[in-house]
Design a protein around this ligand. Structure first.
Ligand SMILES: CC(C)(COP(=O)(O)OP(=O)(O)OC[C@H]1O[C@@H](n2cnc3c(N)ncnc32)[C@H](O)[C@@H]1OP(=O)(O)O)[C@@H](O)C(=O)NCCC(=O)NCCS
Length: 191
């Protein structure tokens, strides 16, 4: 990483998504066509990964507020939360890495830059910090499903990526995965 320092910051209209590449059309389309509307209407916040001091978007994630029906949470999560009908949550709506750029860095360095991991860690730490101002019991992700065509072109199901970092599925909707803010606090305190 020494040769290529990166930073993650709030999206601005000066950031450039023009050449963003992804195996998922929805991830490319969101940053190129939708992000600015979501940010300007305060619907979601978007955070972008760039090379230090640059404006070209190499990765991003979005955050917004939702609530989740308490009874739909896994029992072991229910046991760790107060019993309100709805649990407060932050939704990590989209997360994507510019595939071509990631491959380029991998070729130059000889190993993967792990941008997905970096973005997910940054999102978790950001949510934790924000919880000091507005509480949220959970971080949730709706894992996208690659289309058949996208799968044929090599797109991977992102669900196992989230499982790897401690997210668990809701029984009513296995594509929605959650992690308690308390688990995130415990995990990141150790770093
Ligand atoms: C999913 C995505 C964000 C992961 O980013 P990435 O930079 O490729 O992942 P990283 O290199 O940081 O991977 C970190 C670890 O997760 C694993 N991983 C990454 N994607 C994975 C997947 N889809 N399934 C299982 N494991 C995965 C890596 O193998 C690596 O594991 P290791 O610790 O054993 O080496 C990225 O591939 C992407 O943008 N995909 C297309 C869009 C998408 O699916 N976004 C999610 C929408 S909800």
């Amino acid at each position: 990483m020494a040769k290529h320092p990166f930073e993650i910051m709030p999206w601005t209209k000066e950031h450039d998504p023009t050449n963003f590449t992804s195996d998922l059309a929805s991830i490319k389309k969101y940053i190129q066509e939708q992000a600015h509307r979501d940010v300007s209407s305060y619907t979601s916040s978007v955070f972008v990964l760039t090379e230090m001091g640059e404006l070209i978007i190499r990765g991003y994630y979005s955050l917004s507020s939702i609530s989740i029906v308490f009874s739909e949470l896994p029992i072991r999560v229910q046991k760790r939360l107060p019993k309100y009908p709805q649990a407060s949550a932050i939704l990590l709506g989209r997360l994507g890495v510019d595939k071509e750029f990631s491959l380029k860095i991998q070729k130059e360095q000889g190993f993967k830059p792990r941008f997905g991991e970096l973005l997910l860690a940054d999102a978790q730490m950001r949510c934790l910090r924000n919880c000091k101002d507005v509480g949220s019991a959970l971080l949730a992700v709706d894992a996208e499903t690659p289309s058949i065509e996208e799968q044929k072109s090599g797109a991977k199901d992102p669900l196992p990526f989230y499982s790897k970092y401690g997210f668990v599925s809701l029984s009513a909707n296995p594509r929605r995965v959650i992690k308690t803010m308390r688990s995130i606090a415990e995990e990141f305190k150790q770093i």
